[in-house]
Design a protein around this ligand. Structure first.
Ligand SMILES: [Zn+2]
Length: 219
């Protein structure tokens, strides 16, 4: 199997790093429409690759088949995508609702922990998922935001106050879930929130072929 390749594009949003075919969706500052509308809760986003090709089966094997040894290469990819010019005080894994966590185990947390320790950033399970939000698949952007708003709560009062938070997730679809989680962190006093994801759904590519199940962002 070929090694997954980092995401490449001619045009990116400067904030969320969404790739585009041309300059048209970006404003003079290089921001996409979603970032301009300031419904993004996070200040920046970086991803290693696209949720296609070799990366997709690797993530599935790790998350759903619980192939634990994959944590090492996957954490390496995540660490490679970490912006070199930024500093973070704390790494926070994207939380699962307890029911899903019980069904699936905490693979995402395992990955976040390995990445944080590789990068020398302390990790804290600072956020709790209050609701098991329904699958985001098939929802519009606005519906996705409504679906996840209020779904997250920061634990234990002031633990993120004044901190630069690195929020770690495995797959970013529209960023609506990450935005809702980032907003909860900001409400709890986080100074900034940057999202780091292993893979992002690249909307430049055609829709997922019929028969192949689309990624469930609720993860
Ligand atoms: Zn953007």
């Amino acid at each position: 199997m070929r090694a997954p390749e980092p995401l490449a594009a001619e045009y990116y949003c400067v904030t969320c790093r969404t790739p585009f075919h041309n300059r048209f969706p970006l404003d003079a500052d290089g921001c996409c429409r979603l970032c301009r509308s300031s419904i993004r809760g996070f200040d920046a986003a970086s991803c290693f690759g696209t949720y296609e090709g070799t990366l997709r089966p690797l993530i599935h094997l790790f998350k759903y088949s619980r192939m634990k040894p994959l944590v090492k290469p996957l954490a390496e990819y995540l660490a490679a995508a970490l912006p070199r010019d930024q500093r973070f005080d704390i790494a926070v894994p994207m939380p699962l609702h307890w029911r899903r966590r019980w069904q699936r185990g905490n693979q995402s947390e395992l990955l976040a922990r390995a990445t944080a320790s590789r990068s020398g950033i302390p990790m804290a399970n600072a956020v709790r998922r209050m609701r098991a939000t329904e699958s985001q698949a098939g929802l519009s952007n606005a519906q996705r935001r409504a679906n996840v708003s209020g779904a997250f709560r920061v634990k234990g009062g002031r633990q993120v106050q004044g901190l630069r938070v690195l929020l770690i997730d495995d797959v970013m679809t529209t960023g609506a879930t990450a935005a809702a989680c980032a907003q909860a962190l900001k409400r709890a006093g986080a100074k900034s929130v940057a999202l780091l994801a292993l893979a992002r759904v690249d909307r430049r590519l055609a829709e997922v072929p019929a028969g192949e199940s689309s990624h469930r962002e609720v993860a």
